[in-house]
Design a protein around this ligand. Structure first.
Ligand code: ASP
Ligand code: MG
Length: 436
């Protein structure tokens, strides 16, 4: 049984929603995961923030504006008055819920309830649409089976246990629709898998039901070998390993939620990235094996801050790195890249919420230098220890650009460089020209 996930733009207009049936084959048993209509989650975030700061008027204005969009949406989606009426009821239900939240105490719990409405709306409206055109389908409530634990980690066994009986209840039904992104947490409250989390939902369901394949349908024909917004002539990568896809998703390729690679990898479920606008295009296939001996792709991640700690006491001292890392751990700040010398260590972070606190604690070890506005360039491919020549080709392409850090050998698939964001465009173009 396949799992197909459609992103926000793929359900972004009534027209697009209707076109999903060009891709979905309703005679095949499958699970379809939908995102919220594009723009909706952003609006819900704003509504939640307005409530959180106590600005009920602003929240009401935002709610009404969003509701208007949906009223227009259903007019285009449904042809028959009775279904338009059903669509209207769906909208009223969800928007009444949003408005009524102003009456009670508003906390993070209510905020997450707000964020969940986008996927609930898109899936319910699509379900009603399928009814109108006579395509049988079953709506599976994600809140009945998607679960995260106290560390926000999804529990695959729980998902298997709870989704299987729901599927078994409908042995003759082919098409199952469910919400991406939303889940319940360890308290049983409504929660979510973070922005872009619908990919993660699809991969988790794929793992939970041991799916034959997970398809992620977006608006680009797979993962490209460089950033198509910056470099001309980029090409989709036909095939990637899970490790390579994880590096790329994390370091900038916006097409895939980084964590979504792991459940598929663990349960060996092939993941295909496909393009709703061009369904025949081959896209990118992610599996356990990978073509050897090739540089596959280049990605970039902006908004990086580099921190250098220089210490004469580091020389000969064991336990020094541990103490440095503990500072970051205390402030729950993840480190992306790290390079060391005998007397100094440089590392990078992208979350600077606690930069000042971190800096002053690190000052106890030695001198601390901060470089902001940095970009990580990540070259992904097959660079096993027995390989030679790849690092030279990468550095040759960048010989005219100042490099702040180089990280190689951390895995067999990644060579990362840190440089100034202002040099990114030139670095991506020059690498593209040299490597492909
Ligand atoms: N609707 C959510 C978001 O915009 C989840 C997703 O689309 O994947 O982040
Ligand atoms: Mg997405």
């Amino acid at each position: 049984m396949k799992v197909l996930k459609f992103g926000g733009t793929s359900v972004g207009s009534p027209e697009r929603m209707k076109k999903l049936l060009d891709i979905i084959n309703p005679t095949e048993r499958q699970i379809v995961v939908l995102s919220a209509v594009s723009g909706t989650t952003n609006s819900l975030v704003e509504i939640g923030q307005a409530y959180l700061v106590g600005d009920k008027e602003k929240a009401e204005v935002l709610i009404n504006a969003l509701k208007e969009k949906y009223e227009y949406f259903i007019k285009e989606l449904f042809a028959k008055p009775e279904y338009l009426e059903q669509g209207k009821e769906v909208i009223d239900y969800h928007f009444d819920l949003l408005s009524n939240l102003s009456k009670d105490l508003f906390t993070n719990i209510e905020e997450k309830v707000i964020l969940a409405q986008g996927e609930l709306l898109s899936t319910t409206l699509y379900h009603v649409y399928l009814k109108e055109i006579g395509v049988p389908s079953v709506l599976l409530p994600a809140l009945d089976f998607m679960k995260i634990d106290e560390d926000n980690e999804p529990i695959v066994d729980y998902i298997t246990e709870h989704i299987t009986p729901l599927l078994n209840k409908h042995p003759d039904n082919n098409l199952f629709i469910t919400q991406g992104y939303i889940c319940r947490n360890s308290f049983g409250e409504i929660d979510n898998l973070r922005r872009g989390g619908s990919d993660y939902t699809a991969s988790l369901i794929g793992a939970a039901i041991r799916s034959e394949e997970v398809q992620i349908w977006t608006d680009i024909d797979g993962m490209h070998n460089n950033d198509p917004r910056i470099v001309k002539g980029t090409k989709p990568i036909a095939q990637l390993s899970f490790d390579e896809a994880a590096e790329l998703a994390y370091f900038g390729a916006k097409i895939l939620h980084p964590q979504s690679v792991f459940p598929a990898q663990k349960y060996k479920i092939p993941v295909r990235l496909l393009n709703t606008m061009d369904p025949q295009a081959a896209g990118t296939l992610i599996t356990n094996d990978s073509e050897k001996d090739r540089i596959k792709s280049i990605a970039a991640k902006d908004g990086i801050t580099a921190i250098k700690i220089q210490s004469s006491r580091m020389l000969l001292a064991h336990g020094f790195l541990r103490r440095v890392f503990e500072v970051f751990e205390r402030y729950r700040t993840a480190i992306d890249m790290i390079t060391t010398s005998e007397v100094a260590v440089s590392l990078t972070i992208d979350d600077t919420t606690y930069l000042n606190e971190i800096k002053s604690e690190l000052a106890a070890f030695g001198s601390v230098d901060i470089d902001e506005d940095q970009t990580i360039i990540c070259v992904v491919g097959d660079f096993g220890a027995e390989k030679h020549g790849y690092a030279a080709r990468v550095l040759e392409a960048l010989k005219h650009i100042p490099i702040r850090m180089i990280s190689y050998g951390g895995s067999d698939h990644n060579l990362s460089l840190l440089l100034k964001t202002e040099d990114k465009t030139e670095a991506l173009r020059s690498l593209h020209h040299r490597l492909f």
